[in-house]
Design a protein around this ligand. Structure first.
Ligand code: PMV
Length: 360
């Protein structure tokens, strides 16, 4: 599919008013997307686990405008209260999405959104939030021009979500999503994410992700800025190559269920992401002392017990603990005994791999 396949008919107009609600999950990248090209295209392919508990539910209400203007007309509610701070990002998204959703200026929209995870938990809501909004908008097109197959609408939702936030493209389906053109994956695309097409061992069924909330504050450097700093970064080309090599390495790891090799790749990806931050110009560090303490304890615990627990990091200080269902009780007692001390207000979120978004 190409970009032109996603252009809706210019006269696409539907009902006077109505609403639709979608719940979209967050995701955690195993192979990190860091660096982009003009048009929200990734500099390297990425792969993520779709989460289940951490999600955003959005109700999009629409009302046909009597006199549509040149601008967009919308308001955003977070947990039922106006949230004007979200408006610039949504306006930028609408602008990018307009060629593909020509009706955007014809309606007034109310975007009522809420997250299952605490607002200032340091967990980015952009992936789940943009995915939920993209699904609502795609749903309007589905209602007004039925007849396309489901695959088209799923691709379009991922395509639109990508225009809001790159990683959001991977929050439409699950359990493992791949985004970014990568020759060994025939169906891969820079335009949208696809379900990982290769065999995955049953040890990954219901894989657990416990998110340790190390620092719930606002990030000092946004991911937009971070992606930008990969332009001209001295290690950029090697990093983009490494992502492809690690994505290829996961193929046999997923097939065999080799959890030691899995941990090696996943942790290398997390630390490479942060190494890119530390070596960009200007450089920045998003990990906190407690992030490092947690990593040290994970490594000690793994050596002492052989429990296949590994970690990954987002663009922040929080630590995601990844482990199979079969080791739930061992890891839970390790968290309660040791790791919880390093979490802000002793808080953590228990999540697991999920199957994707759903209409409510
Ligand atoms: O989607 P963005 O622009 O917020 O970038 C996300 C970048 C990482 O979360 C660090 C990695 C990823 O692939 O999700």
């Amino acid at each position: 599919m190409t970009e032109t396949d996603f252009i809706a008919p210019p006269d696409l107009l539907g009902r006077e008013n109505g609403s639709t609600t979608w719940k979209a999950p967050s995701n955690i990248a195993l192979i990190k997307y860091w660096g982009k090209r003009e048009g929200q295209f990734p500099a390297n392919p990425s792969l993520s686990f779709t989460l289940e508990a951490s999600a955003t539910t959005t109700t999009l209400s629409y009302q046909k405008r009597v006199r549509p203007g040149d601008d967009f007309s919308f308001k955003v509610l977070l947990d039922h209260a106006p949230e004007p701070s979200f408006e610039p990002k949504i306006a930028a998204f609408f602008k990018r999405a307009l060629p593909y959703l020509p009706f955007l200026k014809e309606y007034h929209f109310t975007i009522a959104t809420g997250n299952t995870f605490p607002h200032s938990s340091g967990i980015a809501s952009s992936a789940s939030g943009m995915a939920a909004l993209a699904l609502c908008l795609t749903d309007l097109e589905r209602l007004w021009t039925p007849g396309r197959d489901e695959a088209y609408y799923r691709h379009k939702a991922s395509f639109l979500a990508r225009l809001g936030s790159g990683s959001a493209s991977r929050s439409i389906q699950g359990p493992l999503m791949q985004w970014g053109r990568h020759t060994p994956i025939a169906a891969s695309s820079d335009l949208y994410a696809i379900p990982y097409p290769f065999p995955v061992h049953e040890v990954f069924n219901g894989y657990l992700d416990t998110i340790l909330l190390v620092d719930k504050g606002q990030k000092q450097v946004s991911s937009t800025l971070g992606h930008g700093l990969m332009k001209g970064h001295v290690y950029a080309e090697s990093r983009f190559r490494q992502a492809g090599i690690n994505l290829d390495a996961l193929k046999s790891i997923f097939a065999s269920g080799d959890l030691e090799a899995f941990g090696q790749v996943v942790e290398e990806e997390a630390l490479s992401l942060h190494a890119m931050m530390m070596t960009s110009r200007p450089s920045f560090i998003l990990m906190k002392p407690n992030t490092l303490e947690i990593i040290r304890h994970i490594w000690e615990f793994r050596t002492a017990t052989n429990v296949p627990l590994c970690f990954t990091l987002d663009a922040g200080a929080n630590v995601h603990l990844l482990y199979p269902q079969g080791f739930k009780s061992e890891v839970e007692s390790f968290i309660k005994k040791i790791l919880v001390e390093f979490c802000e207000n002793r808080q953590y979120i228990c999540d697991q791999i999920g199957i994707g978004a759903k209409k409510m």
